[in-house]
Design a protein around this ligand. Structure first.
Ligand code: BGC
Length: 405
């Protein structure tokens, strides 16, 4: 029986990547330094190294995406390359990202740029990261300096990727370095000072862009997990939701759009977050295989910020079996169709990820539509790439059976 999903008029249809995960040799970034820090050695199975060498091979990546039929591509610009030392901006790197924007447009891919996808320049991290007294100003200065990248071809900018994860990393970092005392239990692993700094940084970037590139529609992308409460964890789940998710979603009020990034759900019991149950089907990241997560996330966000259009800026699965990727994505798209049917204003979908890439410490979780040989960098598209991409041209996609657990 046919089960096709017709894309709404003007619906964005793309794939997502992030600079540190695909470019390679991001040597001036904080994450590169952490990968090489002996104190943190146990935390990183792999170093990013050359990644997918997309710094040089981006034309090939874009050719592939456009060839599958995608009409949109979300990628990030790397602050650590553009400003490798405080106040020292590289015209060559700015020109590099401008070429990428132009290259995308030439191929019929509308670029959505992310200004910050987790990594920051090492010098920024060393002076306190987002908690430094002038962090917001420094981020604003970087956005202003990057202005030549924001040509007419750039229709959308995501200021900060998953600020809620960044607020969580900050707490982890405190635990590792022993800095700034204990982490308050009431924070549930999220550093509230970082949260507030990130909200200010987002608003600063929106403000700067409003002046230098008023044609651009701005937003930020939040990791959205719904909580599955077991054994009386309702109160604690509500507390966690507030700090881990809702405060970031509400901060998008007044923006042109909010990005929803959805992969799975989180189990919460009376003591807090629980591990994924043993019997649950899982993916290569150990997360639950749970395609309805996307539909649920869209309903949650629509309830929190009813007036803000939503773009799915990431959704995907770490999986070696590509048929399971198609099943998972079909289930997720079913959920998105349901949300649209309920009147939720969803404007687009970007799959995570275009390429198998550096999953923040390991190359094992493969999220890509395209496999990448780790030695030769040869790209090999998976069947999911043409299945998903073709919808960009056909404006309709046949959903697979979501039975593969
Ligand atoms: C991030 C990506 C990451 C993906 C899968 C999101 O948290 O934005 O950088 O690779 O999820 O973990």
């Amino acid at each position: 029986m046919s089960n096709s999903f017709e894309l709404p008029e003007g619906f964005l249809w793309g794939a997502s990547t992030a600079a540190h995960q695909i470019e390679g040799m991001n040597v001036n970034s904080d994450f590169w330094a952490h990968e090489h820090n002996e104190l943190l050695a146990g935390r990183f199975k792999d170093k990013s190294g050359d990644a997918c060498d997309s710094y040089h091979r981006w034309p090939e990546d874009m050719d592939l995406l456009a060839g599958f039929g995608f009409t949109d591509y979300r990628f990030s610009i790397e602050w650590a390359r553009i400003e490798p030392a405080p106040g020292e901006f590289s015209d060559a790197e700015i020109a590099h990202y401008r070429s990428m924007v132009e290259g995308a447009v030439e191929r019929g891919l509308r670029p959505m740029l992310t200004l910050n996808h987790f990594t920051v320049p090492l010098w920024f991290d060393e002076r306190g990261g987002w908690l430094a007294h002038d962090a917001v100003e420094l981020f604003g200065r970087f956005v202003e300096a990057a202005a030549p990248i924001f040509t007419d071809g750039v229709e959308r900018i995501c200021t900060i990727n998953e600020p809620n994860m960044v607020a969580r990393f900050a707490t982890l970092r405190k635990m590792i370095t022993g800095a700034d005392g204990d982490v308050a239990a009431s924070d549930h692993g999220y550093d509230s000072a970082t949260t507030q700094a990130l909200i200010k940084a987002h608003k600063k970037a929106v403000d700067v862009l409003g002046h230098i590139a008023p044609h651009i529609q701005t937003g930020w992308s939040v990791a959205i997990a719904n909580h599955h409460v077991v054994g009386g964890g309702e109160d604690i789940a509500a507390e966690i939701a507030l700090q881990a998710r809702d405060v970031f979603v509400r901060a998008s009020e007044g923006d042109h759009w909010i990005g929803v990034q959805s992969y799975a759900r989180v189990f919460v019991g009376a003591q807090g977050v629980l591990p994924v149950p043993d019997e649950a089907p899982k993916t290569l990241t150990g997360w639950e295989y749970y395609p309805p997560a996307l539909g649920e996330a869209l309903h949650t966000v629509a309830a929190l910020v009813p007036g803000t259009p939503i773009i799915v800026t990431e959704n995907g699965i770490a999986e070696n079996d590509d048929t399971r990727r198609i099943s998972y994505t079909s289930g997720a798209l079913e959920g998105m169709r349901g949300a649209l049917g309920d009147g939720i204003d969803v404007r687009g979908y970007y799959h995570w990820s275009a390429l198998d890439n550096y999953e923040w410490g390991s190359y094992i979780p493969t999220f890509g539509l395209i496999a990448v040989d780790r030695k030769t960098f040869v790209r090999t598209p998976k069947p999911s790439a043409s299945w998903l991409g073709a919808a960009g041209q056909n404006r309709s996609i046949e959903l697979g059976v979501d039975s593969a657990n």
